[in-house]
Design a protein around this ligand. Structure first.
Ligand code: C2O
Ligand code: CU
Length: 477
């Protein structure tokens, strides 16, 4: 069977149910979340300049701006259109997105559309083929949104500094055929920011070599740019969260005490079938779509979403307390949620036969003066030769971590299917663009380079690691 592109296959039963739900007697109106339930985490909006319903055309400007994370102590951050995160961009599968981009920063920058299968010249990697956008210059991005799902955008120049200083935003691609009943939606862009008590951003090289090795985590945990905001919700009522980890280093393992998440989607849209989880783990750059029907503990009216340390290697979890991320305040009586619609997506097993083996080792070395250099197979990005790949080649990548920290490994422009992590196959099939490679561990995945020639990057999405050299390139020709 050929390696199929992501496709949907809702069960016929579900379609039948939708088709047959003719109106009978007028039922009670369904309960809704309280008015303005998610206002505290409202995302910045941007005006669609194009009347064509199949074109989303917007202006984005990269610029410095003052944003208050700590009340009364503005922080000068790097932004898209003046806010953190940047505006929510949203279209449907098949729509064209046009972004008139202006760089008003003091440095060159670019926009990378993380996870989107778009033409190589729109991918935002400097000099592949277009140079980075210089200060004062403009660039027009234009491409068709190919796959439904939860994505994001960020710069690909000095990514640790620029993304870490506030440049990231959500991009949602809607599937018009999605079944109803997944609940009211909230898009949660998770990030962290290193800000001192006066509101000043930490230096991008804080912690020197150890900062690079560990990766730099911020002290303020943010949901859509807000410190510990509140959602106002009805107990038991279903919500659907689209969660994006936009932090440059921090892994987000999140938990709601005594409540579970149902994971329905990941990097590349819906997963094969829903999965019930006590906590949700997202490495930097990963996404998850989850549903939940939160209820507070007995006699309480509030629940807190907490960050729980995930051990990603050397000293990253030791003695670290949980941190509060988001409050859920409950009002009204408990709502009995309808059963979750039967979600099933046919994801055929990726064909790994006759695939070329690509061996990737994630490595670390030091220069004579002690500077940390990270690389792929011992070679930092600036010295690396691309992996020459003929069009149509199927590959099995074996990514080995020789390091004392986990690495979230990301490939641009193509989804892949994980075969195994330390020899263990995943329990549910899904399309990923970012996968965690554990300490001393090995991940194998299949990828089919069957379209869109060009230079496609891969790298660790701990952006301090990427900038230290842990990046490489596939030359698809
Ligand atoms: Cu979010 Cu090079 O990627
Ligand atoms: Cu890394």
């Amino acid at each position: 069977m050929p390696f199929d592109l992501p496709r949907f296959g809702w069960t016929p039963l579900l379609l039948l149910v939708i088709a047959c739900s003719a109106p009978a007697a007028t039922p009670d109106p369904p309960p809704t979340e309280p008015k303005g339930w998610a206002d505290e985490i409202a995302l910045p909006q941007v005006q669609d300049l194009n009347p064509d319903p199949h074109i989303v055309e917007v202006n984005l400007e990269a610029r410095l701006a003052n944003v208050e994370f700590i009340p009364g102590k503005p922080t000068e951050v790097w932004t898209y259109n003046g806010g953190v995160p940047g505006p929510l961009l949203r279209g449907r599968v098949g729509d064209r997105l046009i972004v008139h981009f202006k760089n008003s920063l003091p440095d060159a920058t670019s926009i990378h559309w993380h996870g989107l299968r778009i033409p190589n010249d729109m991918d935002g990697v400097p000099d592949e083929p277009y140079p980075a956008v210089a200060p004062g210059q403009t660039f027009d991005y234009s491409f068709v949104l190919p796959d439904a799902g939860t994505y994001w955008y960020h710069p690909h120049v000095a990514s640790a500094l620029q993304t870490g200083n506030g440049m990231f935003g959500p991009l949602i691609v809607d599937d018009p055929q999605e079944p109803p009943g997944l609940g009211d939606e909230a898009v949660l862009v998770l990030s962290d920011m290193a800000v001192d008590e006066n509101g000043k951003l930490a230096a991008p090289d804080a912690g020197a070599e150890f900062g690079t090795l560990f990766g730099r985590e911020g002290n303020l945990l943010l949901v859509n740019g807000k410190v510990l905001p509140t959602l106002h919700v009805r107990p038991g009522m279903r919500q659907r969260w689209r969660v994006i980890n936009a932090a440059k280093t921090r892994y987000f393992q999140i938990k709601l005490a005594d409540n579970q998440f149902t994971r329905i989607g990941s990097d590349g849209g819906f997963i094969e079938s829903p999965q019930t989880l006590d906590s949700l783990l997202l490495t930097p750059a990963q996404r998850a779509d989850v549903t939940l029907e939160p209820v507070p503990p007995a006699s309480a009216t509030q629940l807190t979403l907490r960050w729980v340390a995930y051990d990603r290697g050397f000293g990253t979890a030791f003695n670290r307390p949980d941190e509060d991320v988001l409050h859920l305040d409950f009002t009204g009586n408990v709502v009995k949620a309808d059963p979750l619609p039967a979600l099933h997506r046919d994801i055929p097993a990726a064909d790994a036969s006759n695939a070329r083996a690509i061996d990737i080792s994630l490595t670390e070395s030091r220069t004579a003066d002690g500077t940390v250099v990270m690389g792929i197979n011992g070679v930092p990005s600036w010295d690396a030769e691309p992996i020459m790949t003929p069009m149509g080649e199927r590959q099995v990548w074996t990514v080995k971590n020789t390091f004392e920290f986990d690495h979230p490994f990301h490939l641009h422009g193509f989804f892949f299917q994980v075969l195994d992590v330390n020899g263990v196959a995943p329990t549910v099939r899904e399309w990923r663009d970012t996968v965690n490679v554990p300490v001393d561990g090995t991940v194998r995945f299949v990828v089919n380079f069957n379209e869109r020639p060009g230079m496609w990057m891969f790298h660790c999405h701990i952006l301090d690691h990427a900038d230290a050299g842990m990046m490489g390139m596939v030359h698809l020709h």
